[in-house]
Ligand binder design. Structure first.
Ligand SMILES: [Zn+2]
Length: 87
C-alpha cells in the first residue's frame, strides 16, 4: 500500500439559503429519499424554503491548502455547484 499525504484545512460548511433577501441557512431535516442515491431534505431556518442535497448540511469539509490549483480544487468546486434537482 502506497500513500501520498497532503495537508488540508477543515471548514464547517453551511448551506446558505438562495432565496432573494434571505440570509438563512438550510439545515438537514433528517428526511432522506433513496432513488439512485440518497438525497437529504433541508429546510431554511428563516424562510422555510426546502431543497435537497446528496449530503447533509452543515458538515465538515476538508479543503486543500492550495485551492487554486490541482484536481482537488475542481473536485470541491463541483461539490459546491451541484445541480439542483426537484422531486
Ligand atoms: Zn431562506
Amino acid at each position: 500500500m502506497h500513500f501520498r499525504e497532503e495537508p488540508v484545512t477543515p471548514v464547517y460548511r453551511h448551506w446558505m439559503c438562495e432565496q432573494v433577501g434571505c440570509n438563512g441557512e438550510l439545515l438537514s431535516t433528517g428526511e432522506g429519499i433513496t432513488r439512485l442515491s440518497t438525497r437529504w431534505k433541508h429546510r431554511c431556518g428563516k424562510c422555510g424554503h426546502e431543497d435537497w442535497a446528496d449530503a447533509t448540511y452543515p458538515r465538515v469539509a476538508y479543503l486543500p491548502i492550495d485551492e487554486s490549483s490541482g484536481p482537488m480544487a475542481r473536485c470541491w468546486a463541483s461539490e459546491v455547484k451541484e445541480p439542483r434537482r426537484r422531486f
